[in-house]
Design a protein around this ligand. Structure first.
Ligand code: HEC
Length: 429
């Protein structure tokens, strides 16, 4: 489909159809041939300038050096044992895949894997994919990947846009999926009961049950009547050789944050790309009809609004799965994450956890501080700030925001005013 045709089709459809994925390599996105601007590209420059070297370790290859260089905390380790990703042959309940993350990068590691799998967040390209060959005899290099990762990460489950994937499945004793039992995408709206099939989970969740730490048919090392309580596992040693991994944890709170963050970035990515595509089409239409290049068309305004609303709702934790009692992880993840702030003058922070009734004390995502949020086109940010302001000042009392109390709204508004550079001036009055 040419751009012109796409624009016409979008207009005919009322301007609300998702852009087809193949358009991502055309202007204005040019996903594949645009040089990324990510934490990884900044690290690559340091490596090139020989300001830094990545050491190889016999046990884990370049993993420890990469985590350190990218400032990814070990406490973020989570473990997945379903054969659902690229290096499926390396993954099983005895040899889970480890995932580490911070706000900007996610690193996947398989024991004896050929590569480390890395995603990094880019202000314009959304999620960017890399591999690092795990070979001691070669200088370690981040190789950008597109199709080989987008087959799954840019598939219809991400509406054709490059993004993160977190799923909950039913695995058997080999980590193979029991397909008849289905699978689910996971984010902060997923009920606890449906989460973590195929994952190890260390933590306590009281009466909440979840699907982690389980295989269909039960663990062969435990008698049927002595299967461990899967929802309150704090030690993974019965399941596999924990010492083979840099950390013994698959922290429950880290999992919750990774799931929140993955879908949050996916929505920011889609909004950014959709708005840029809409503006690009507007310019093309204006050119074709001889109008000024920036003449705003009603249909384009509606597309921008439609593209941004999912971000507004997600940032404000619409439809978040509620907790009915305290949940805790086992690593230092929560402590380290919360300590990072930023804090307002009353020491409040969007990273402060609740973990008894909901995830965070203040229902507004820290992703608002991300480079990817800041990299949204001005038209998208204007719209998102306007909607946030309507909700936080109480003018919008509609259903998606009914979970926000008056105090929640006031607190979030105050915290953002003090801690988020770039909030519009009308927010400050
Ligand atoms: C066969 C499908 C598939 C392919 C191909 C694939 N992935 Fe994934 N990836 C997944 C799934 C499914 C998950 C969710 C966790 C899991 O089940 O292991 C995931 C999770 C991840 C994660 C952690 C969560 C996230 O989304 O950030 C990273 C990092 C990652 N993949 C990187 C990559 C990179 C880099 C490539 C390409 C070199 C790649 N993947 C190719 C299926 C795939």
């Amino acid at each position: 489909m040419t751009i012109r045709l796409a624009a016409t089709a979008a207009l005919l459809l009322g301007g609300a159809g998702p852009a087809p994925a193949e358009d991502l390599d055309r202007p204005p996105i040019r996903y594949t041939d645009t040089a990324p601007d990510t934490a990884v590209s900044r690290l690559e420059q340091q490596l090139k300038a020989k300001k830094l070297e990545l050491a190889h370790s016999d046990e884990h290859g370049y993993l420890p050096a990469v985590l350190k260089a990218l400032d990814v905390p070990l406490s973020s380790q989570v473990l997945v044992f379903s054969k659902t990703s690229l290096q499926r042959g390396r993954i099983s309940p005895k040899t889970p895949r480890a995932i580490y993350f911070n706000d900007e990068v996610t690193v996947g590691f398989c024991r004896n894997g050929d590569v480390l799998e890395v995603t990094a967040s880019d202000p314009h390209l959304g999620t960017v994919f890399y591999t690092v060959e795990q070979r001691a005899d070669r200088t370690p290099r981040f190789t950008r990947q597109t199709e080989s990762c987008l087959i799954c990460h840019g598939s219809s489950s991400n509406q054709g846009y490059p993004g993160h994937l977190i799923r909950s499945v039913s695995p058997d004793a080999h980590g193979e999926l029991v397909l008849s039992r289905g699978s689910k995408r996971v984010d902060h709206t997923t009920p606890f009961d449906d989460r973590w099939g195929g994952w190890y989970v260390t933590g306590t969740s009281g009466k909440h049950t979840h699907l982690g730490n389980q295989i269909v048919g039960g663990w062969s090392w435990a008698e049927d009547d002595e299967q461990p309580d899967p929802s309150n596992v704090t030690d993974l040693r019965p399941y596999f050789t924990v010492a083979n991994y840099p950390s013994p944890h698959s922290d429950l709170v880290a999992l919750m944050v990774l799931e929140h963050q993955g879908e949050g970035y996916n929505r920011i990515t889609r909004a950014g790309m959709r708005v840029r595509q809409a503006l690009h089409e507007q310019a093309a239409l204006n050119k074709a009809t001889g109008e000024p290049a920036d003449k705003r068309r009603e249909s384009i305004t509606r597309r921008i609004e439609w593209a941004c609303e999912p971000v507004v709702q997600y940032l404000l934790f619409s439809e978040e799965a509620k907790l009915s009692g305290p949940v805790r992880g086992t690593s230092d993840f929560a402590k380290e994450f919360a300590a990072r702030g930023p804090f307002d003058s009353r020491k409040r922070s969007l990273r402060e956890f609740d973990l008894a009734t909901r995830m965070f004390r203040y229902p507004m995502s820290y992703l608002v501080y991300s480079r990817q949020f800041d990299g949204l086109p001005a038209e998208a940010k204007d719209r998102i700030y306007l909607r946030l302001h309507e909700v936080l000042t109480g003018r919008d009392q509609s259903k998606p925001f009914a979970h926000l109390s008056k105090d929640d709204r006031a607190a979030v508004l105050e915290i953002l005013r003090e801690t988020k550079p770039g909030v519009p001036d009308y927010w400050k009055k």
